[in-house]
Design a protein. Structure first.
Length: 253
């Protein structure tokens, strides 16, 4: 989700096309992303990409020699990702949302900017008038299957790393995990810091994690060494609204 490009011209296909250009067009960004994930993902590892969108993280994990399970609920981005990766024996594609329980879930779609489509009404309310969110419109609705992280692990195996980017439902995604994993990341936004707080609480339930973070699409960790949850929380709370978003990285101590 990180990064808000200009408003797309028209239609869902234009929005997906813009995502493809944005997330695959900058080769230096893709290389920096792979270098960051190399701290957590090794050749032969299994990685989960939860909220995969058009799959740029899939490309990063593949470049590191990992196998990938990529999970995305939106039909348009999922079709784009299928065109890119359906022939790879190292990629499994799952069209679903990830939440705290299995079933069906309603999603609000931002057709011009589908990277911020969400199943969280609170996320949309929080974005109203916030810096970096002007002009965003959730103008369509879909129903999607929902699965839990536990169910994905039972089916595909225990991952070495999980990336979670589900637009305001990161805490719910983590609530569907019953055992600690070696490492993971979850997105945060400054419009919903409380979701990040709850996500940290879910990780405290699971095990003794230590943390780092990257702002936006910088692909650069903010701390020289991993820190405790209290220090990470202070850092999150001190960010100005204009910081907008980033990712928290968690590793079992």
């Amino acid at each position: 989700m990180n990064g808000w490009p200009p408003k797309a011209k028209t239609g869902a296909a234009a929005g997906v096309g813009r995502s493809l250009r944005q997330y695959y067009g900058d080769k230096a960004r893709l290389a920096a992303m792979a270098a960051l994930y190399a701290r957590f993902v090794k050749p032969g590892d299994l990685a989960f990409d939860i909220g995969a969108h058009v799959g740029d993280r899939v490309a990063a994990f593949l470049s590191l020699g990992a196998r990938v399970v990529a999970v995305e609920p939106q039909p348009g981005p999922f079709r784009a990702m299928r065109r890119l990766y359906h022939r790879s024996p190292y990629v499994t594609l799952v069209q679903a949302a990830v939440s705290d329980k299995a079933g069906r879930i309603s999603m609000r779609v931002n057709t011009a900017n589908p990277t911020v489509s969400t199943a969280s009404a609170e996320f949309i309310v929080a974005s109203a008038g916030a810096p970096g969110w002007h002009g965003q419109r959730w103008d369509a609705e879909i129903e999607a299957d929902a699965v839990t992280l536990d169910a994905l692990i039972r089916r595909h195996g225990r991952p070495a790393f999980v990336k979670i980017d589900v637009e305001g439902l990161e805490d719910k995604a983590l609530r569907g995990l019953s055992r600690p994993l070696p490492a993971l990341s979850f997105e945060f936004t400054t419009i919903q810091r409380e979701v990040a707080h709850r996500s940290l609480g879910e990780l405290a339930r699971l095990g003794p994690y230590r943390f780092n973070a990257a702002l936006g699409e910088s692909q650069r960790l903010e701390f020289a060494d991993d820190v405790h949850a209290e220090a990470l929380t202070r850092w999150l709370d001190a960010l100005p609204p204009e910081a907008n978003s980033g990712d928290v990285y968690a590793r079992l101590a």
